[in-house]
Design a protein around this ligand. Structure first.
Ligand code: CA
Length: 235
């Protein structure tokens, strides 16, 4: 069953949201402060989190930032201040979407469904025409359900976007992807993502892979074109 964590200190809002989500078949857990929500999210990442920003103990931005060090599951921010949206998206904090308060519960449910759909496991790899996706590269383990990856047994702590890039690249070794193609395949929404942002996500991904396995450069830059996954030589 799809489990959704709701982090919202306004009990009235939370209970309406909870009713609607349960009504359409989701399992929900509710937290009224940032700290206990964070502990739960990290210990057991749900399928999706709805995260209010103004929260007691630890605000939503901080919960998001810390959660992203451990999990890449989809997180939708709830914000009462439209001016916060730019910050949410611009800072590359890793929120998957946002909903402005006041929202209608119907709208929220629609947004939850959309985010779950576009971040569904296996959604990414199946979209590359002309080449069946391969399994995980040697030493690399991708957990498509929780968006977690490890290399040689070491967790990589990727953001959702880094994970998406890793999925597309590593499952099509040797294939060169343009930035535009990666934007289309590895990113759920392209609203705030520029091709330059891809470069910085690739750079971060490379750094994280390199920290575990410094002797091999996993992602090859193809000058003027894009990037390709470079499997290490066998043996
Ligand atoms: Ca609040």
């Amino acid at each position: 069953m799809t489990r959704i964590v709701i982090v919202e200190d306004e009990i009235d809002i939370a209970s309406v949201v909870q009713d609607y989500l349960r009504h359409v078949g989701y399992e929900t857990e509710h937290f009224t402060d940032g700290q206990s929500a964070l502990e739960r999210i990290v210990a057991s990442p749900p399928d999706l989190t709805l995260l209010d920003i103004m929260l007691p103990r630890l605000d939503g931005i901080e919960v998001l930032r810390r959660a992203r060090e451990h999990t890449a599951h989809p997180i939708i921010m709830l914000t009462a201040r439209i001016e916060e949206v730019d910050r949410l998206l611009g800072l590359e904090l890793g929120a998957d979407d946002y909903v402005c308060k006041p929202f209608s519960p119907r709208e929220l449910v629609a947004r939850v469904r959309a985010v779950l759909r576009r971040t569904a496991p296996g959604n990414v790899a199946g979209k590359v025409p002309g080449q069946a996706p391969q399994g995980d590269a040697p030493g690399l383990v991708l957990d498509d359900v929780h968006w977690r990856a490890s290399l040689e047994g070491t967790p990589l702590n990727l953001t959702r976007r880094e994970f998406g890039l890793l999925q597309v690249l590593s499952r099509h070794p040797g294939r060169i992807f343009s930035r535009a193609r990666l934007l289309e395949l590895a990113y759920d929404d392209t609203v705030d993502v520029t091709e330059r942002a891809i470069d910085s996500h690739v750079k971060n991904l490379r750094r994280k892979l390199g920290a575990v396995s410094p002797s091999h450069d996993w992602i090859r830059s193809v000058y003027g074109v894009g990037f390709a996954w470079e499997a290490p030589p066998q043996g």
